[in-house]
Design a protein around this ligand. Structure first.
Ligand code: SF4
Length: 622
């Protein structure tokens, strides 16, 4: 079968013998069912993780999975998935990362890694084609992410692709990220903390082998057509020039830009944070992932009166939203500087920005006291407050740092009082950068997303704008549709942004190139059915790990039900429970789930997930 390296590498750091790894081939049936990338990762996690384990225990597996199109002649085939039981949410954790690791892993001969156990000292995994080594990483432990990656490249060779954690991952901050290529992150759901819990500082990969291709000439022809479509699109130029910060003005204009811990959804200083300002003031270069014809990464140089002078890849829109507007920073250089700090500590900038805004609000409500901050005032719009908080969280030397490092949901449970209103999260995952009080499709996207409040599965806010923001009918249908399409790219191992951002870039390209590469002939509908299978599998993982899981978990942040937007285009808007219930009823029905949002036995059987039935329905005959 083309497109696949053909092997999965199992590493168990706790194994007593000297050799701590072995490889296994996978069956064609497995790949036909789960494709690869996110699909394979979700399946392997469900299968290999023992039920009910602590997410920071050695038994929690970290799965790293590339997809069948990664590293081939397809636009932007450079995406890799990290999956594990999330230490932030206690449910399915997953984060997708660009860069060059996905291709390199396949060139080294592996489609996926399953990492189990805990090393008895700081270690790193070195994969050099077929040669596997676990090396002492004491020298790098404690280093910041970017510095550690630099040092590892110097020691191992520039041609190694490296995934590394910073101090936040080492100290088990629940929203620590995994960093790669000096600016790409697997940011969400705390995958960096899982690496830290295994004493694993870095995964270093070099591969020089090829990938079997079913029909190489057909792939080259189809690939050329896809690249040409990308490169000749008018939007390609706009996207390459501004990257994701190009949407800042639009999000603000529609009244969905987070401000002051999502109290507001419109920011007066947005012009200082938009793509044009960023390009003019701080961007010094463009950077892309493997094989990308529209590089959205922006390399920036942020400097201010001797206070800081740093180079960083970013900020992305999400960082601008969460560390900018949400913390009331109105200067793009300041946002880039905070981006740099969080990248160095190895903290997800979305959760990081949200937790900092949460802390400032709690301080202003006297829930966090001056004693806890050791006499330091916490203010919105203050870079030094954010510097202080980032350090507290990453190092966890104080009570405040240790509480905030748990994420907003758990921190609110400890702090009590009104702090739960300041915790802008769903299922424990801090919400990414779109206000939802006047955007029901986007609200539904967040509350039903497979990892918590993230936009990766469904970015449906455009549907709210196109079809009407008050309208509820039809929104669930659209969210389900997106939740099958968008994760499909993660299963292929490609970026979805070519399809999202370039209006004429057809989805129909994908079954065709998939066939050229793998030899497997699936229609788009059949591929989407596989994506639906994975969405359900993920849902079942939540249920297996959390017996009380269901509708109560699919709820928006309390703030959006209690407080109206104070000003701007969505002034006066608020969600209410009736609307949320309407959307969920509609959504569950479309998905074939019961009223509590659990996939029915019939649905699981229809999707070929029979092996899950006994976990969810132990009394059934099968
Ligand atoms: S569009 Fe951006 S995220 Fe996607 S592959 Fe290109 S550089 Fe990477």
């Amino acid at each position: 079968m083309g497109g696949y390296a053909g092997k999965i590498l199992f590493i168990n750091f706790s194994r007593k013998s000297r050799k701590k790894w072995n490889t296994r081939s996978f069956t064609k049936t497995t790949m036909r069912k789960y494709l690869g990338g996110r699909g394979l990762a979700a399946y392997l996690l469900y299968k290999h993780n023992p039920k009910g384990i602590d997410s920071l225990s050695p038994k929690n597996n970290l799965i790293v999975a590339s997809g069948p199109l990664a590293g081939t002649f397809v636009p932007a085939g450079g995406k890799i998935t990290f999956a594990s039981k999330s230490p932030l949410t206690g449910g399915y954790g997953n984060s997708n990362m660009g860069g060059h690791l996905a291709a390199e892993l396949k060139y080294a001969g592996y489609d996926a890694l399953i990492i189990e156990g805990k090393a008895n000292k700081p270690s790193m995994l070195v994969i050099d084609d077929g040669h596997i080594e676990i090396r002492d990483a004491g020298k790098y432990w404690g280093m910041h992410s970017i510095d550690a990656e630099k040092a590892l490249k110097e020691d191992l060779g520039e041609d190694f692709q490296i995934a590394v954690i910073g101090p936040a991952g080492e100290n088990l901050v629940r929203f620590a990220c995994i960093s790669h290529d000096f600016g790409r992150q697997a940011g969400r759901t705390g995958m960096g903390a899982v690496m830290g819990s295994k004493n694993l500082k870095a995964i270093c990969v070099r591969g020089t082998r090829g990938i079997p291709i079913h029909d190489i000439e057909a792939m080259m022809e189809k690939g050329r057509e896809m690249f040409t479509d990308c490169l000749t699109s008018e939007n390609q130029k706009h996207w390459t020039r501004y990257g994701t910060p190009g949407v800042t003005d639009w999000v603000n204009e529609i009244g969905a830009f987070p401000v002051r811990n999502f109290k507001g959804e419109w920011f007066v200083h947005h012009k200082h944070l938009n793509g044009e300002t960023m390009r003019e003031k701080i961007v010094i270069g463009d950077k892309g992932c493997f094989g990308c014809p529209m590089p959205c990464g922006k390399v920036s140089h942020a400097t201010k009166n001797g206070a800081y002078d740093v180079y960083v890849e970013g900020p992305e829109y999400e960082t601008i939203a969460l560390c900018g507007g949400n913390c009331c920073l109105g200067d793009i250089s300041d946002v880039a500087y905070i981006n740099y700090l969080l990248d160095q500590y190895g903290i997800d900038t979305i959760s990081g920005g949200a937790v900092m805004a949460f802390a400032i609000e709690c301080f202003q409500k006297n829930i966090i006291s001056l004693v806890m901050t050791r006499g330091r005032k916490l203010d919105f719009g203050d870079v030094e407050t954010m510097e202080f908080l980032a350090k507290e969280i990453a190092e966890q030397k104080s009570e405040l740092g240790r509480i905030l490092a748990l994420g907003t949901k758990k921190a609110a449970q400890i702090l009590g009082g009104d702090s739960f209103v300041a915790a802008i999260q769903v299922k424990g995952l801090e919400q990414s950068g779109y206000g939802i009080r006047d955007a029901p499709a986007m609200a539904l996207s967040y509350i039903t997303c497979g990892i918590g409040a993230h936009h990766n599965d469904s970015w449906a806010i455009t549907r709210d704008i196109e079809k009407g923001r008050k309208l509820l009918e039809g929104k669930a249908e659209w969210v389900v549709y997106l939740q099958h399409i968008r994760p499909l790219f993660d299963m292929f191992g490609t970026c979805r942004l070519q399809w999202v951002e370039l209006p004429n870039f057809s989805l129909e390209h994908y079954p065709e190139i998939f066939k050229c590469v793998t030899g497997l002939d699936f229609t788009l509908e059949e591929l989407l059915e596989k994506s639906e299978r994975i969405f359900n599998l993920t849902r079942c993982f939540w249920k297996r790990e959390n017996p009380d899981f269901g509708r109560a978990y699919d709820q928006p942040p309390v703030r959006f039900l209690k407080e109206e937007v104070p000003l701007g285009p969505t002034c006066g808007a608020k969600l209410d429970q009736e609307k949320v219930d309407y959307l969920l009823d509609d959504y569950y029905k479309l998905r074939g789930w019961d009223k509590n949002g659990i996939p029915t036995k019939e649905k699981l059987e229809e999707l070929g997930l029979d092996f899950i039935v006994k976990d969810l329905y132990p009394d059934s005959e099968k």
